[in-house]
Design a protein around this ligand. Structure first.
Ligand code: FES
Length: 328
């Protein structure tokens, strides 16, 4: 038996299976629902039960003891529906808050980061811009109206600029960079994707990036940095060649007690003093138990799949694994 749950005021509707909590179902549906302890203690997931019946997994939760009695409050990390529900949770972020748009941006800056990677900064039109969450991607169009997805490599800026790291070596990217130098107008469509930074207070975040996948981590890193790293963040960046670490100096300048950085070169090299090998062994060396760790992975589909497969037996929970490849 499953139940329909309507979440207000964002007006999202989800289907909750009979062995699921409301939170589990919301996260399964990629809804950015607030949570932290997942044990009915911290009250991060507190909301109101407007209509319907619930039962708690482990009886009446401790977290409700300090909350006004008889006001209809509930802790949705542990509440399982016993009928269709209408609930009210104020901090739920809905995709409706980030509507997809197609706008003409113009080139503000084009620079080489290494032999094949270009930093492209696009400025929005005067009267509109794409509103997005750190970690999302958009489609960039070339002069022939063909498009390809690119991760936005910066956190949202006051001026609306979007940064991309475009790696040449594909037909689309090669042509896109050549076209940009002739015509600085670019159509941008988006945002898309659910591999985004979420403001949950307690779980540490691991950002696992392969190659140019670092662009995704940079957006999250920039955003976390502007918040002064309320959650611990550990960035792992794996590359095949030393020259591929095109942002090494930039990242090493970020210093904060809640930020760690581990660059990993695939093969040993006499000129490399840092770690070598694949990303997941390095992660497991530092975090043998991943039960309360949130992981964002970005890179090739092979790298993302292999990494999650290796990490899951060590406690990594499905709802705390994020990658846009998982959604495709
Ligand atoms: S009480 Fe902590 S997440 Fe629900």
């Amino acid at each position: 038996m499953s139940y329909i749950v309507r979440i207000k005021p964002c007006n999202q509707t989800i289907v909750v299976d009979d062995d699921e909590t409301v939170l589990d179902a919301a996260l399964r549906c990629d809804i950015d629902f607030p949570f932290s302890c997942m044990s009915a203690i911290c009250t991060t997931c507190l909301g109101k039960l407007i209509q319907g019946d619930i039962a708690y997994i482990n009886g009446e939760p401790y977290g409700l003891e300090d909350v006004e009695p008889n006001q209809g409050y509930a802790l949705f990390c542990s509440a399982m529906p016993k009928s269709d529900l209408v609930i009210e949770v104020n901090d739920v972020i809905s995709d409706d808050d980030y509507p997809s748009k197609k706008l003409h941006y113009h080139l503000k800056k084009l620079e080489s980061l290494n032999e094949k990677t270009h930093r492209v900064i696009l400025a929005p039109p005067a009267d509109d811009r794409i509103k997005y969450r750190p970690g999302q991607y958009v489609h960039l169009f070339n002069q022939k109206n063909e498009s390809a997805p690119f991760t936005i490599a910066n956190a949202p800026q006051d001026n609306g600029d979007l940064e991309f790291h475009v790696q040449t070596g594909t037909v689309f990217a090669d042509k896109f960079i050549i076209d940009l130098q002739k015509n600085p107008q670019v159509i941008v469509e988006g945002p898309h994707g659910q591999n985004v930074y979420q403001c949950r207070p307690s779980f540490p975040i691991l950002l696992l990036s392969g190659g140019v996948g670092i662009s995704h981590s940079m957006a999250i890193l920039q955003y976390a940095s502007t918040l002064h790293f309320p959650r611990p963040v550990h960035l792992y960046w794996g590359c095949k060649k030393i020259e591929d670490f095109y942002l090494l100096d930039e990242i090493k300048k970020i210093t904060h007690d809640n930020f760690q950085f581990t660059p990993i070169l695939l093969e040993p090299n006499d000129d490399w003093q840092e770690k070598t090998g694949l990303i997941h062994p390095a992660v497991l060396e530092d975090y043998p138990d991943l039960t309360n760790i949130e992981v964002h992975a970005s890179g090739s589909s092979e790298m993302v799949q292999a990494t999650f497969e290796a990490l899951q037996p060590h406690g990594l929970r499905q709802i705390l694994m994020h990658s846009d490849y998982l959604a495709f």
